[in-house]
Design a protein around this ligand. Sequence first.
Ligand code: HEM
Length: 326
Amino acid sequence: MAAIFPARIFSLAAAAALLIAVSCPGCDAALSTKYYDKTCPGLQPVVRSAIAQVVAADPRTGASVLRLFFHDCFVNGCDGSVLLDDAPGLTAEKAAGPNLGSLRGFEAVDAVKARVEAACKATVSCADILALASRDAVSLLGGPTWTVKLGRKDARTASQAAANANLPGPGASLASQLASFAAKGLSARDMTALAGAHTVGRARCQTFRGRVNGGDANVNATFATQLQQGCPAANGVGDSSLAPLDAETPDVFDNGYFLGLAQQRGLLHSDQELFSGGSQDALVRKYGGNAGMFANDFARAMVKMGSLEPAAGTPVEVRINCRKPN
Ligand code: HEM
């Protein structure tokens, strides 16, 4: 795809025209674009209109749904396990360190699932709904779109320990982020593109307090001072106050995140690690200068991430209620 967009502006019209065709060698061969063609032919418009309502009411929730997909796929594959509530014999991933008090968007997924159940009873997995809803949220926020292969199944179990072990935290170094993604078969380029998801959404003070209160040298001084207003150094003060991950355009899926990194305006320490004299600096600059390249790479990497499978032998089903096994 040779489309080139101006440095920051990645307009809705351009995004709508940009259906990115991605191939994924080695990805799950069982997934298919035609999986529900006979059993639920109206699926994709139903998901799209349901998530469009969600995003219109609150754009941030589109970002939150996208993050849910990441936190699903990185923990034993894209199997809807992140959506499960605690139950006897089941310890939810929701209470894992990277998720507790932080993940949101569950009600939005419930709302999409309810619409899908009304159209096609007990047919479409929550894992597939999350894959479609994330794709649609990105495009509704102004980003690219891509074809989602379908046929994922929902796990009957969850693993809080795997969530704690597999999800990188806001203090992560570049090396440890690269290692987390490599462990999932994702390249450095995939990782940097996927981190571009932080062009939308918000983070809580407790995830960036250190960075903006003297903990990091590579932070823009004006930016840090502004953030200290809502997020002072003292632990416990303003812990949950929010700041945008992309200060300029937090509700637009553009390449502004990368422009921010190049100005040392990354919100999280882990964000700024992508542009701190290391291996990803050149790519960050490229994405900052070429929105189309970022859009292409992001779409390709989402397809790869979305094809991570649960371990063989994991008990699976199509859940009726995304929060509990049938
Ligand atoms: C590269 C390693 C990553 C780290 C260390 C990381 C860490 C974080 C943290 C700490 C937050 C703020 C959480 C809070 O304060 O409650 C956040 C938010 C977010 N993350 Fe990441 N993340 C990473 C990669 C990704 C990826 C790959 C995606 C999606 C493809 C993603 C999507 C998001 C979104 C959209 C938000 C905002 C959510 C909202 O506003 O509700 N992140 N991330």
